[in-house]
Write a protein that binds this ligand. Structure first.
Ligand code: AHR
Length: 324
């Protein structure tokens, strides 16, 4: 499997080099840049859409992409970054599965003179400046948007108290930390909001299902709200609510994050009340930033895409196909 992947990577590099040979000066694509990208895994439709977008944009920009899938393991990401350094790629990019533990390998990249771009998630290191920039969502704002929707919903229903359960993303990951912080900070001053419990769902559908079973077993029909950090876990949780004889979207307010097609379809059926968008389409900004770094140009420290919330307050039939 590993030999196959390495061969694949070498083919991509060879193609990138060959396509740059023997062409006239009017060739529009810069074929000289090789980008090593370590992806977290394939845990969600979001992640699969993100990988696809990065592959497509690398092709569009004529960038040689060495893509490695870490299967949710930090050790695999560290090993991939070391391979990129050994191959002497021009730029390294990675989506860190969690925030801690990158200091050593990033110092190795710096010593090799290879700039590093963070994609999607952030890191936490003692030493500053080990990465050049971050291209990814404003997760804190996503949590705020989720909570603002909830406050409007509770107002419109005239509720005096709501019990909330939270299914969080991967423990110690940036979206988990920031979505939770944005949500909790926003409901903090509102006496009607009572958070019963938060459980780690690891961004997985199977864990969403398990967490919901656990919550229903413990709190039963006293649950008023599920705040789930991604669509995958939400989709896993919904059948458990139905099996318990409750109607998601009616008996329990369901709030999700990502905005993938499957969740939007369920929003249209009325079983989800709010889906905060988190776009996986980060590939274009990544390629443009990598090219700038290769050319020695300065880049923005943080690039956040614009995102919206899709809710049952709007005409959901008009939501355009999501593409992931
Ligand atoms: O880091 C972004 C998050 O990771 C998305 O919300 C989730 O679906 C993905 O797995």
């Amino acid at each position: 499997m590993r030999t196959k992947r390495v061969l694949c990577v070498l083919c991509v590099m060879l193609l990138a080099v060959l396509s740059g040979c023997g062409k006239g000066g009017d060739e529009p694509k810069d074929t000289k840049l090789v980008l090593g990208f370590s992806q977290i895994g394939s845990e969600s439709a979001w992640r699969i859409g993100n990988t696809k977008d990065i592959e497509e944009q690398a092709g569009a920009y004529g960038i040689g992409l060495m893509l490695e899938n870490a299967n949710q393991k930090k050790e695999n990401q560290i090993a991939a970054i070391r391979r990129f350094i050994a191959y002497k790629v021009d730029v390294i990019a990675f989506s860190p599965v969690v925030e801690e533990g990158w200091e050593n390998v990033l110092k190795e990249a710096r010593d090799a003179g290879i700039p590093v771009i963070l994609v999607d998630r952030d890191i936490n290191t003692e030493e500053e400046g080990l990465t050049t920039c971050l291209i990814g969502a404003d997760f804190y704002k996503e949590g705020v948007m989720a909570a603002e929707y909830l406050i409007r919903k509770v107002d419109s229903l005239g509720l005096t108290k709501v019990n909330i359960v939270e299914i969080t993303g991967t423990q110690d990951s940036t979206p988990m930390r920031q979505r939770q912080a944005g949500f909790m900070d926003t409901i903090a001053g509102d006496d009607r909001m009572c958070v019963l419990e938060s459980v780690d769902g690891d961004f997985l559908k199977s864990r969403g299902e398990e967490c919901m079973r656990y919550f229903l077993g413990k709190y039963g029909d006293t649950i008023d709200v599920v705040f789930s950090h991604n669509d995958e876990m939400t989709i896993g949780a919904l059948p458990e609510i139905e099996k318990a004889g409750l109607a998601p979207g009616k008996d329990i307010i369901i709030i999700s994050i990502d905005g993938g097609q499957e969740a939007i379809d369920v929003l249209k059926q009325g079983k989800i009340n709010c889906v905060v968008e988190c776009t996986p389409k980060l590939g274009k900004a990544l390629m443009e930033t990598a090219l700038k770094l290769k050319n020695g140009e300065s880049v923005e420290a943080v690039i956040h895409p614009e995102e919206v919330a899709f809710t049952d307050e709007m005409d959901v039939s008009t939501i355009a196909p999501r593409g992931y």
